[in-house]
Write a protein that binds this ligand. Structure first.
Ligand code: PLP
Length: 224
């Protein structure tokens, strides 16, 4: 099995290549290393290789892991489903919260956040019934409502397109997310961050303007 160091180097090289190929600056997108289910020691290895941003999907796991790594200056991204009663675990620790889908979540986070908290809205670009993201048609109203919550700063959108064998098929979904952000910006929002792209499709997300790519398996190996 690849070491975390080798795997990270490989992912960073592919990220950089995709940015250059897209005519974007090499620092226009940043890597969020998705460490959910992996032990703190693996995160330490990644930090030792210069990785700063880490993604977690489960509030209690974040709460339990973060203190073990408190000395490392890790920036935590909460990328999972947000339960209001878990906001107390997420808000004090998160550098970004990627998956807001209800204004009540933003309110619960704001109540527990020590300072202004930057959030992204999860949009279901694939139109899948089972997905947690909001319907694109609901975006203008949710963006307006979340932007009005004191203590919350709405900075972007995230998506998880339907899985397809061929990652190129994610392209149109990423394009759609970028288009939705531009449309909200024309309405007065400042959605400058696009969180999109995972292990199998992040280079395609970069082509369509991703500013955060969330990559787990390619760095830490399969989750058990
Ligand atoms: C687990 C997860 C990832 C990472 O997925 P990989 O395929 O392992 O890269 C990215 N985003 C979200 C929202 C996740 O839950």
């Amino acid at each position: 099995m690849k070491t975390v160091a080798n795997a990270l180097e490989d992912v960073r090289r592919r990220l950089c290549a995709a940015l250059v190929e897209a005519g974007r600056s090499p620092d226009a997108a940043e890597l969020v290393a998705v460490s959910k289910t992996h032990p703190a020691q693996r995160i330490r290895e990644a930090v030792a290789c210069g990785q700063t941003h880490f993604g977690e999907s489960y509030a209690q796991e974040l709460r339990d892991k973060a203190p073990e790594l408190a000395d490392l200056g890790v920036r935590w991204h909460f990328i999972g489903r947000i339960q209001k009663n878990k906001a107390k675990y997420i808000a004090p620790l998160a550098f970004r919260v990627h998956g807001v889908t209800h204004v009540e979540q933003a309110e619960a986070l704001a109540q527990r956040a020590p300072g202004p908290l930057k959030v992204l809205l999860n949009v279901d670009v694939g139109g899948e019934e089972s997905k947690v993201g909001i319907d694109p048609a609901e975006l203008p109203a949710l963006a307006d409502a979340v932007a009005r919550v004191a203590g919350i700063e709405l900075v972007g959108l995230m998506c998880i397109p339907p899985y397809t064998e061929d990652p190129a098929e994610s392209g149109p979904y990423f394009e759609q997310l970028a288009h939705l952000a531009a449309r909200e910006n024309a309405r007065g929002h400042a959605l400058t961050e696009l969180s999109m792209g995972m292990t199998h499709d992040f280079p395609w997300a970069v082509r369509h303007g991703a500013t955060w790519v969330r990559v787990g398996t390619a760095i830490f190996g399969p989750r058990t």
